[in-house]
Design a protein around this ligand. Structure first.
Ligand code: HAM
Length: 415
């Protein structure tokens, strides 16, 4: 049985083949994501993987709706696997906001599902770090969320030579569209065209823009001028104060494909331009109100960073550590009459928090030793009866091959 296209198996290392996805690398990324988010005072949340279909059909925009894994459930409900978690968190915040002090700073690591054409950097499921701030309209929050994105990437060993955050403004593009006689009802259509400008054939873009009454030359001139809005200038200044100026640049090629953005928007890319976007986000001040049917009105902003492109980039830059089983002790059972005592020892070591391995069944001693080497164990421990019949533990440090003989009762302190 084959797995479905666009889905992944995650293996523990060493991997069966270099193309396989590593569960160790995934955990390494998750640990780093969590630790950096917590450093910024963010709290973890999660929501359901399956949601009512209409959570997405009105809120996210057509592009994502075309990629939904949706179906009708046995209770006749139209449902969808989550393609993103932003509408979910907007709903959660609207429902629970009164219990929390503002600004609300939350993060999550959901697995998301999009029925996309499978290609490099884009699959049908991915894990996505989401960090969002609710209840703060000041641009200090935009700078804070971008600083967090930068530190998330730095936390994984990437530097300003590896990636750049391209900053833009949905608002600036909205004003541009209005000024160029665009029909406001078709603004989202316009954003979609700009969003794809770098990936689309130029003739196709020109034709689509002409259909909206917008000249390609005007769009190009606006991008080239790259005149920062007041918000963007303030964000850049704030980041400069933190010593993070070199990680960002103003780039109006970015507009974001999703419908709900209202202000500063941004995307993270590798400097070489070899990969798809690593992360994307921005301000979406109207979504909480929309999702709560007008009950709760709250400014919001955040970003999503997927694991797929990120892991490809980390591999490319040699930024993934070597992973092993992390075995600390291998208990060798060379004398089967000592298996009971050896099991007691294994248990004592594990109770003390030591990663401990041993052979489940009787095996030749050289095979047990070879296994200890394969597992990268730091030491081996072997019980032996001395001539008086007293059981002693022989502890060997594998790096130095030094051996010491100790009383098994005090072994934990000797390792
Ligand atoms: P997004 O740009 O659709 O934004 O996704 C964010 C990131 O998730 C992308 O930059 C990419 O790394 C990853 N990603 C998206 N789709 C796929 C895919 N099919 N395969 C692999 N990776 C993928 C959002 O989802 C927004 N909800 C983010 C956000 C949070 N905005 C505000 N708060």
């Amino acid at each position: 049985m084959e797995r479905l296209p666009g889905f992944r198996d995650f293996y523990p290392e060493p991997l069966p083949s270099p193309e396989d996805w590593s569960c160790d690398a995934r955990q390494h990324v998750f640990d780093s994501w969590r630790s950096v988010a917590r450093r910024y005072g963010f709290r973890e949340y999660d929501g359901p993987p399956l949601e009512p279909l209409d959570l997405y059909t009105t809120k996210s925009g057509e592009e994502i709706v075309g990629q939904l894994f949706n179906f009708v459930d046995k209770g006749d409900r139209a449902v969808s696997l989550r393609p993103e978690i932003t509408p979910t968190v907007a709903r959660m915040v609207a429902a629970g906001a009164r219990a929390y002090k503002k600004p609300i700073k939350w993060f999550s690591l959901p697995q998301l599902y999009r029925y996309e054409k499978q290609q490099k950097g884009r699959l049908r499921e991915h894990f996505q770090l989401n960090c969002d701030i609710f209840g703060e309209a000041d641009r200090a929050a935009d700078a804070e969320i971008i600083a967090l994105l930068i530190d998330q990437l730095r936390g994984l060993g990437l530097a300003s030579t590896d990636f750049v955050i391209r900053l833009s403004s949905r608002q600036a593009w909205q004003q541009f569209f209005e000024k160029h006689h665009g029909d406001p009802a078709r603004a989202y259509e316009f954003y979609q065209i700009v969003d794809k400008i770098e990936r689309e054939q130029p003739e196709v873009t020109t034709r689509k823009l002409a259909d909206l009454g917008v000249a390609t030359s005007a769009v190009e001139a606006f991008i080239t001028a790259g005149e920062p809005t007041e918000d963007l200038a303030a964000v850049v200044e704030n980041l400069a104060a933190r010593g993070l100026r070199e990680f960002v640049k103003i780039d109006y090629n970015v507009i974001r494909g999703l419908a709900y953005y209202t202000g500063v928007v941004f995307e993270a890319f590798d400097r070489g331009g070899k990969f798809r976007a690593i992360a994307g986000g921005g301000r979406y001040d109207g979504l909480v109100k929309l999702v709560s049917g007008g009950r709760v009105d709250m400014p919001a902003l955040g970003f999503g960073m997927g694991d797929v492109v990120l892991t490809e980039l980390l591999k490319d830059r040699g930024r993934l550590p070597k992973f092993s089983a992390g075995v600390e002790v291998m208990v060798l059972i060379e004398d089967e009459t000592l298996r009971t005592d050896s099991l007691a020892l294994v248990q004592r070591l594990r109770d003390a928090g030591r990663v401990t391995e041993y052979s489940l069944t009787a095996a030749k001693s050289d095979r047990q030793f070879k296994r200890a080497m394969e597992l990268g164990a730091r030491s081996t421990v072997r019980l032996e009866r001395d001539p008086r019949g007293v059981i002693l533990a022989h502890v060997k440090t594998l790096a130095t091959r030094e051996e010491q003989v100790v009383d098994p009762a005090v072994i934990v302190t000797k390792l």
